[in-house]
Design a protein around this ligand. Sequence first.
Ligand code: ATP
Ligand code: MG
Length: 421
Amino acid sequence: MKIHAQRGTKDILPDEAFLFQYVDDVFKETCHAFGFQEIRVPTFEATELFARGVGDASDIVSKEMYTFEDRGGRSITLRPEGTAGVVRAFIEHGMTSLPLPVKLFYNLNCFRYESVQKGRYREFWQLGCETFGPESPEADAEMILLLDRFFQTLGLKEVALEINNIGCPVCRPQYLAALKDYFAPHLSDMCGDCHERFERNVLRIIDCKVDACQTVVKDSPLQEAYLCADCKEHKATLEHRLDSLGVKYRVNGRIVRGLDYYTRTVFEFISEHVGTQGTICGGGRYDGLVETLGGPAVPGVGFAMGIERLLMELKATNTPLPTPSKRDLYILCFPDTRDAAATLVYALRSEGVGADFDIMDRSFRAQMKYAGKGDYLALIVLGEDEVKSGMAKLKWLDSGDEIESSLSADLLATHFYSKEA
Ligand code: ATP
Ligand code: MG
């Protein structure tokens, strides 16, 4: 019986892995320019971390988690997102007493039991950043500017930024009360999940993807009218910074984000090309999260971006992407020169040249065929004459150009690179 990859998971084959690596590299460089340092956290955590951190009422916790009991009887969950684990690590390692802000980035796989569609998988990859410490909207702006720079570097032009302010513990209760008043008479038209959201976290209703619910949601009251003075100022300062640095955005009063921990600023980068799964990146401020997870009161702000959706966007918009380069050099040999070929190949590899030789016990002709198909830039034929004279031809497959060179690895490497540079 054949065993297949599990539904919602996929193999990332070399050409696609190359693109993942490209995006990862650009992200890493952008994070570096903005002073973020990498953190890596475990793939699984105590279930409690996500229940408390992401929120019991969120779709993620209530419907999408991969939770199981391990052999020691603990309840374990495969991370559905990165923030909760990063916050746990931040607290656990006493990073709260480091000079603030602490600015971290990550690149990790996430697991959610979702109904699988285009842009929606059960295992997917996220790039993200978290800043701990600043209460100031300058930190929110910095997140958005980092993303703006990242998209620009990738050459992505058509992602739109939407921002909102969903209030704080001072002003949100009044807003939630207004939402309840508004939704109560419409509940009979709404989905079962929304009935539950109405009881547990009415804000989540705004994020419901069911059409009937969205019909009701579109006329619901907006947070804006209920913001306290501090939240209003936070919002205005963020918008000022984005304006002053020329970042385009749209205020969308109906972004609430799928996670329970957000306060004040929330934002999304959306695209029209990723199907109904239009959100490429979402983020916001989570001033209460560190405390909720047992740390001191340290504010935070962050975002997470789906790599698969980002790649879909890059392809759908025909944004130029790098292509994997050919392999460097193939050494053809005969049974008598196999030892010499092995020595040369390993020496070339130490010089940083990608060198290969036959490891399939093939005839010279078959090696020749493989070298042509195997996408090598250049080859060397190592026969008895070459081994005796210590000289061989380095030949480029595309142009047919040749250089006669002594068989020392560093000289060959120099010739190879002078041509390839
Ligand atoms: P959605 O509303 O599409 O379900 P979300 O609000 O659940 O998204 P977040 O939890 O904010 O998404 O995750 C951040 C990003 O991770 C998303 O914007 C998206 O790019 C990506 N993402 C989320 N869930 C998936 C998934 N199941 N498959 C692929 N990418 C995903
Ligand atoms: Mg979701």
